[in-house]
Design a protein around this ligand. Sequence first.
Ligand SMILES: [Zn+2]
Length: 265
Amino acid sequence: MNMDADSKSEAVTGDFGEVVRVEASSSTPSVLIVCEHASNRIPQHLQSLGVTDDVAHSHVAWDPGALGVAQALLSRLPGVLVAGGVSRLVYDCNRPPEAASAVPEKSEIYQIPGNTGLSAKARGDRVAKVYDPFSETVSHQIATHAASLTAMVTVHSFTPVFHGEARSVELGVLHGKDDLLALDMLAKQPAPAPYTIRLNEPYSASDGVAHTLDKHGVANGLPNVMLEIRNDLIRQAAEQDAMAAFLAPWIDAALSDLTVAKGVS
Ligand SMILES: [Zn+2]
């Protein structure tokens, strides 16, 4: 990743190892990039949660390629990136603590033995050690850079085949309670687009995926959008970089529109 003179990175580390990392490409970032499912790391004391290596390396455990795209975006936009440091099987940082899927007993077709019959104390520990520091870090970045931030973009990837069904969408543009930026991006999509782009696919807010958008974007009046990229398109670093090269000017164009609409010069 390219780091300019303003660059910095910091991390929150505790019993669960590094649970969240912050990287910046500007000291006055305009875009907050969030990558909740950046890592498939399962802290050693959780003994792989009882899943096989195959599962621990699959989309069930993280969003393959998403961090690479997020970092490549960061190098192209004046921004700050908040990235999760543990597998979503340990705690899914895009889910509130009250959601059963925050610490899933089953993900797609896989049982997660280490999450089954968890005591309230053990579950509370996951919230306190993973979700709270992640969420607080996002809040802290928004508060710190309130003067320069114009939007939050969350970066995810999804599996091409889910429950045995092939997905034709390649790039999903999703919104939560505020659809301003998502609709603006759809309106401003490059034509002809090199990818099959759809609104609120393969998921939408009704699947519970808008937690970060609503909690941190909507609540702070920060325009926000969630990008879901089919993971077979971003397996290699060069593909992640190409995806970011496509996304960055598109996001930039959508944001200039918002800035004009708000009358900010
Ligand atoms: Zn994700």
